[in-house]
Design a protein around this ligand. Structure first.
Ligand code: SF4
Length: 279
């Protein structure tokens, strides 16, 4: 059994909040750079160049890549042989509180969806836990802006809708989103599960590195088809036209019920932030 002190978790989470919001991950940064080299649309190319400059300045000056420093979303894998000395959820929330205050990151959480009083420290975080084998604690943090989050869609299809039905759900979400999620986007898709599992895994798909290819040939085909279709919409960088509307589409499939075919689409903007630490 490994013991991890709650104060250590808080310290790590605090730094993750600051790093994720000021340093664009390598996969996102590289894919914007690659797209910039191939984009043919003059305005689209210009926007991509500006996104690169923006990310460079943020990293150098340690300032947020975007003013929306996001809802603090965590995927935490807790090894069965880990003992946390203290309360794990409290430790993560305290890390968020410290990180958002010390890093001068925008606090974007309201305590009640209708009364709308800001909690002042970006807590509470949304934390998804998985119990796994082993003696480590794996924490993935993915702050999520709501310009893109608001464009998410979930549909409970009939199984007869099949492959084409899934592609249609994703493309309808993309057309509905248009320029709102600050493209170029990263698109997270979950096919299967139930209502809440599909939504959760579509967000988890956004934490997979850009360039990840699904294991099954069927979803490899779907990924390729969706990339082509999305990049032919002409939405382009910043929604101002071009061939770079999606940087990548990540698809997760999950077993489902014989009577259903859930499809969830979670869209992220070009500030696709995700950072993982293992304790
Ligand atoms: S969608 Fe992304 S780039 Fe646009 S405002 Fe929100 S966090 Fe910033």
């Amino acid at each position: 059994m490994k013991t991890i002190n709650a104060t250590e978790i808080t310290k790590v989470v605090r730094q993750m909040c600051i790093d994720a919001n000021t340093i664009l991950p390598d996969d996102t940064y590289s894919s914007i750079c690659s797209a910039c080299k191939t984009e043919q649309h003059a305005v689209g190319k210009n926007i991509l160049e500006k996104l690169i400059v923006n990310a460079d300045i943020a990293k150098e000056e340690r300032i947020p890549i975007c003013q929306d420093t996001g809802y603090a979303v965590f995927f935490v894998e807790v090894g069965q042989e880990v003992y946390v000395d203290g309360n794990l959820t409290d430790a993560i929330n305290e890390g968020v509180r410290q990180g958002y205050i010390d890093g001068y990151l925008r606090k974007s959480v309201v305590s009640d969806p209708l009364e709308r009083t800001n909690t002042g420290d970006n807590t509470p975080a949304i934390i998804h836990y998985d119990i796994v084998a082993g003696d480590s604690l794996k924490i993935t943090f993915a702050p999520k802006g709501f310009g893109s989050e608001n464009m998410s869609k979930i549909e409970m299809l009939s199984p007869s809708a099949g492959y084409e039905g899934v592609v249609d759900v994703v493309m309808n979400a993309i057309h509905y989103a248009g320029p709102n999620p600050c493209p170029p986007m990263v698109v997270g898709v979950c096919v299967g599960g139930d209502f809440e599992q599909a939504a959760k895994l579509s967000k988890k798909a956004l934490t997979l590195p850009i360039g990840t290819v699904p294991e099954k040939p069927l979803y490899q085909k779907m990924q390729k088809e969706l990339m082509e279709k999305i990049n032919k919409t002409g939405i382009g960088p910043g929604g101002l036209g071009g061939e770079t509307t999606a940087l990548w589409v990540n698809i997760i499939d999950h077993p489902t019920h014989i009577a259903g075919l859930p499809v969830a689409v979670n869209i992220c903007c070009h500030v696709s932030r995700h950072i993982t630490k293992v304790l």
